[in-house]
Structure formats: C-alpha cells, structure tokens
Design a protein around this ligand. Structure first.
Ligand code: ADP
Length: 479
C-alpha cells in the first residue's frame, strides 16, 4: 500500500464551495499512531452550521424535484469515483483513524455497494392507493422531508458517514454532515470531493468540521434550527441521549445508533476452531472499536476450558502495531483518552478479581494488545460499560438458557452472535436475545447496506439501511 504523507490544508464544503470557518479557526487532524499532522482542518461553530443548513434548505426544492434518473446517476458515479480512489482512501483511513488494511478494505468494499443500492432508491415505489369509504381516490405518498442533519463517528469512518447521507440524499432530501473531529477528512470532506465530482448540485450535501470537543454548538444548531427536519446520529449512548433530549424539545425526529455490549454465545456443539476464529474476529477487528464488537463471550461449560485455551493462544498471536503495515491486526486506538480508558477498565477489573489470560499490555503509540480476561465481576466497569478497545471477557455458562440470561443482562441491545452447528436451536435462541441484530452461527460484527441496522434498549432507536431508511427519511402524506 502506498502511503501518502503530505499534510493537506482542507476546507469545509458549504453550498458547493470550499470555505474556511466563519472565524477562520483551524485545528490539526492527527495520525493516532505517529502523532503526525495529517491535515489542517476548519474549526467551525454554530454560525457555520447555520450557514450550511441554509445552503441545504435553499437546495432542497430543486433536488426534491430532480428526476430519479439524475439522482441515480450521481450515486453510480460516486461509487465509481470512490473505487478509483481506493488506495488513497485506505491509506487515509489508516493515517486518520488508525484503521488496519483489512478493515480499510472491508469499508472500501461496503460503501460502493451502499451507493449502488442508493442509486436504485429513487425508483422505489413511493406510495399506495388506499380504499376510502367516502368514495375518494385516496393515496399515501412518501415525500422527502427537507434538510437532514447527519452526525457521524470516527470508528468505521467511511461506512458510517456514507450511510448517514446516502439514503437521505437518494430519497430527495438535502444533507448537512458533521463528521467526527477524529475523522474530518475520510469521514466527511472526502464526500464533498466525491459528490461534487459526481455532479451533485450545489448545496445538496454540505460538510462542516470542528475541533475536538467542540461539537456542542453545531449539535445545538442542528436541534434548534427550524429548517432541520431529521437528525441521524451514530455515536455513544451518552451523546445520543443528550441529542435526543434536545431534539425532542424541538419535535425533531432522530435516528440513533448508539453503543453496544454485544454478547457472543458459544454452545457446546460448536465447531471449536471456527468458534475461536470467529470470536477473535468479532472481538478484535479494528481493535474492538466497532459498535458491534463482541465484548463478552459466553461459553458452555463442556467446551469452556478447551475454547478458552485456544482463544487465549490465538489472542497472543495478533500483531499489534503500525496500521500501515499490511499484516498488522491491532492498530492504535483513536486517541490517548481512549487508551487511558481501556487501561483503567482492565486495571479496575483486575483489582476486583479478574484474570488476564492474554494481552493486557500497552504496546506503545496508543496501541493496546488484544486482551482476553476471565472472572470479570458484574460490578466492574468492564462488565457494565461499553469499552471501545481490544478487550474481551470470557464467561462460562451452564446451559443455553443461562447464556441467554447472561446475554440479556446489559443495558444495551445492539448486536449478538450464537455459535452452534444446530441452526434450528440457534434460531430459537436468537428470538430470546434482546438486541436489534443477532447472527446465528456467527459473531456479532457484520453489515450489509440493505439490512435494517440498529439497536434496542440503550443502543438506540430507528434503523439505517434498506426499506427502513425509507420510513426514517421521508414523510408519509395522505392525499
Ligand atoms: P465517541 O466517544 O465514540 O467519539 P461521541 O458520541 O462523542 O462518541 O461522538 C460521536 C459523534 O457525536 C461525533 O461526531 C462527535 O463529534 C459528536 N458529538 C459529540 N458531542 C456532541 C454534541 N454535544 N452534539 C452533537 N454531536 C456531538
């Protein structure tokens, strides 16, 4: 992989123009592994958000009336442009977000598919004819809503930012995207470049960036500005809750995809080699910084010793280091705070009696080794909070019923996995897991653009993906 190293000065994208922040402020976007500056980026605030919303509102009437073929053409071109820029994008994912080559390629594979599916959206049926007792010719018709504000995280920066804008735009809305301060370019400004080249009209997509810790004024503008009709948010439960409260006051509908504490059940009939490999993948892909990452593996007693021994061995083999080296499995965490949180959660669990079976060490450059822990007490933060890092807890259960009870003993409900060779049993157990997503004979990390994606309980509400997005990002009118 060729790794570009130049520092770029990037501007934000409002009304089809590349502009500075209103007050000219900037911040340095850093490589989490080397600490080097990747880009100098505008540090915006509420005034910039308002400007972007107004540009989006001005562009809405024409975009909403744009024929389906023209909307489709933009998405097909955007997919091609992204594929043409693949090497650069994978390199940028590594530099800006510490993303390894494998996860970079996963994201690069997903997003063109997402855009090509979005290209079909403008041709989907938008209504029904409904029998009326009054003898009227009555219709239910879906209309775009107007301006959609999109707030995206840094972790799967390419996928989650692309998902935040694809369905809303394809359905005829206009969008203001606010990427995370930790991925302003590959999770935000990149889309300005690609969609401008693809021929998206000015103002239909706007991207505004801000310095670390400065999202508040932009979020406040999204929740209060009258032109914003929907907000979609992917991020932590704490931030999502605050945003939903503010949006609720202003009667704005929100799609929230929040954190998870995703259980993976391994039943005693599992193919153990498959189970070990799937578990390591589900727990440690992208150093465990995926909302769907397995946080706890619940293994049935008859296979627990053998499974745990093999999983610990596998965990020790995962190379931690520079994400730009193609054989690195565990790259850096996104920043020093993230590393400090992971370390303190493991230390606290150990003080309370947990045992580290593999890893448990800082590997330098913000990197933490893949870690397997056992005997984590229920009151440890590692057991109650989502810990966004390469740490997996293993727990022995007495039966499938016990596994379900332990799987549901969390405030979250995003994804889950059940590994068994008995598909019928797996499907029956899947019905009893409290989560928005469950995989049978697989681990919890997986996504396809057309699937209804989202959680229950503290993992949020609403769904991205496929038909579900049609409900979220249109208004149903009775005519
Ligand atoms: P994480 O800890 O994973 O970064 P956050 O929930 O803090 O999760 O971040 C997810 C997204 O939410 C990012 O784009 C971040 O900038 C944004 N964000 C953080 N605080 C606010 C806020 N007060 N209003 C709106 N967005 C916010």
């Amino acid at each position: 992989m060729a790794v570009a190293t130049e520092v770029r000065e990037v501007k934000q994208f409002i009304g089809g123009e590349w502009v500075d922040a209103a007050d000219g402020a900037t911040f340095e976007d850093k490589d989490p592994f080397t600490g080097e500056t990747v880009a100098v980026v505008p540090a915006s605030g509420g005034a910039d958000a308002a400007r972007a919303i107004e540009a989006a509102a001005a562009a809405f009437p024409a975009w909403a009336e744009t024929p389906p073929a023209a909307r489709q053409a933009v998405f097909l071109k955007a997919a091609d442009i992204l594929e043409r820029r693949q090497d650069e994008v994978v390199s940028l994912l590594a530099r800006e977000t510490g993303c390894t080559f494998g996860f970079g390629m996963f994201q690069m594979h997903f997003v063109p598919g997402l855009f090509r599916q979005a290209a079909a959206t403008p041709y989907q049926p938008i209504g029904t004819v409904i029998p009326s007792d009054a003898g009227a010719f009555a219709m239910g018709i879906r209309r775009p809503v107007g301006v959609v504000a999109a707030i995206a995280p840094w972790n799967a920066a390419l996928i989650l930012s692309a998902r935040s804008l694809a369905a809303p735009l394809a359905l005829g809305n206009t969008v203001v995207l606010k990427p995370s301060e930790w991925s302003p370019w590959v999770g935000g400004l990149l889309w300005g470049e690609i969609f401008a080249e693809a021929g998206l009209p000015e103002g239909v997509l706007n991207v505004i960036t801000h310095a670390p810790g400065q999202a508040g004024p932009i979020g406040d503008t999204f929740t209060t500005h009258p032109a914003v009709r929907r907000i979609n948010f992917t991020g932590s439960t704490a931030t999502g809750r605050r945003l939903a409260e503010a949006a609720g006051r202003n009667l704005k509908r929100v799609v929230l995809e929040l954190g998870g504490y995703n259980p993976l059940i391994v039943l005693s009939d599992a193919d153990l080699e498959y189970a070990v490999n799937a578990t390591a993948f589900g727990a440690f892909l992208h150093q465990g910084q995926i909302c769907m990452s397995a946080r706890k593996v619940l293994v049935e007693r008859p296979v627990a010793d053998e499974f745990t021994k093999r999983l610990a061995e596998k965990t020790r083999t995962l190379k931690a280091g520079d994400p730009k080296e193609p054989d690195t499995i565990i790259g850096p965490l996104i920043n020093e705070d993230a590393l400090a949180t992971v370390k303190s959660r493991v230390d606290e669990a150990v003080q309370k009696g947990a045992k580290v079976l593999a890893g448990g060490e800082d590997a330098g450059n913000n990197t933490y080794r893949a870690t397997l822990v056992a005997d984590v007490p229920d009151d440890a933060e590692l057991a109650t909070h989502e810990t966004f890092g390469p740490v997996l807890a293993v727990e022995v259960v007495d039966s499938a019923d016990h596994a379900v009870e332990r799987a549901n003993a969390t405030a979250y409900g995003l994804s889950a996995g059940i590994i068994t060779q008995d598909a019928d049993r797996g499907l029956a157990l899947a019905q009893r897991i409290e989560s928005g997503i469950v995989h049978v004979n697989d681990q919890p990390v997986g996504d396809e653009p057309q699937m209804p994606f989202g959680g229950v309980k503290d993992s949020g509400w609403g769904r991205f993906g496929g038909q579900a997005a049609m409900d979220e990002f249109t208004e149903l009118r009775w005519v």
